[in-house]
Design a protein around this ligand. Structure first.
Ligand code: ZN
Length: 218
């Protein structure tokens, strides 16, 4: 039997919290009379994050033909890459911060997308194929239309389309990241025609994209 069954707080009353424990198969044979509540710091990695990271690592291992016991090696390798890219020291998925876990998961997803590794867990985050594709382009700093590097960000949130400095992007903004040629085309023809020609919808800026910009593109 595993060490922990994950319960969750479903309500808060004056007397205390009401906690739900799922009906796990392995629990049935035990006579449960009491339990310990593990208090987790809000700043620490969550169980869900840890699970998600390992699923993604498993997908990378499988996608690169290194299954089974090589999962640990893949994790080590990915972690090292992540640390080098972000100039951080080594960390462990057992006790790292929630923020670091979020970034590491994001890093794993973008690695999967960039390398075309089959992964349901990564796809869950980006259901729509177009969005997934645009997101991968953004993360790898490529023009969303062609193979040139992205040199401009066009915000199409307003009535008019305009160039914006990456540092000014905010969560929820709708953008295209484009090379000079395609940015000029969008500004000249307007959003409606641009989207008809390329059959695209803008990418909505999320927190991970902002983090990526803040860290500097690499
Ligand atoms: Zn282009």
């Amino acid at each position: 039997m595993q060490d922990w069954i994950n319960g969750k707080i479903i309500d808060e009353t004056e007397e205390g919290y009401i906690i739900l424990m799922p009906k796990a198969e392995e629990v049935k044979e035990f006579n449960i009379s009491e339990c310990l509540i593990k208090l987790q710091s809000p700043s620490l990695i969550t169980e869900e994050q840890r699970k998600k990271a390992w699923v993604l690592i498993g997908d990378i291992a499988e996608g690169t033909n290194r299954i089974g016991r090589f999962k640990d090696a893949v994790h080590k390798e990915m972690k090292q890459m992540f640390c080098e890219q972000n100039y951080i020291t080594r960390f462990s998925l057992s006790n790292c911060s929630r923020e670091k876990a979020t970034k590491y998961i994001e890093f794993l997803i973008s690695y999967i997308l960039k390398n075309d590794i089959p992964s349901e867990a990564a796809n869950e985050s980006y259901d729509d194929t177009t969005e997934k594709f645009l997101y991968a382009r953004f993360m790898s700093n490529k023009c969303m239309i062609c193979d040139a590097d992205c040199s401009r960000y066009i915000n199409v949130d307003d009535v008019i389309e305009k160039d914006v400095a990456p540092g000014t992007l905010e969560k929820g903004d709708k953008i295209y990241c484009l090379c000079d040629k395609h940015a000029d085309y969008l500004l000249k023809k307007g959003k409606r025609i641009f989207e008809q020609v390329y059959i695209l919808e803008p990418l909505v800026v999320g927190e991970n994209m902002i983090n990526k910009i803040k860290e500097g593109r690499n």
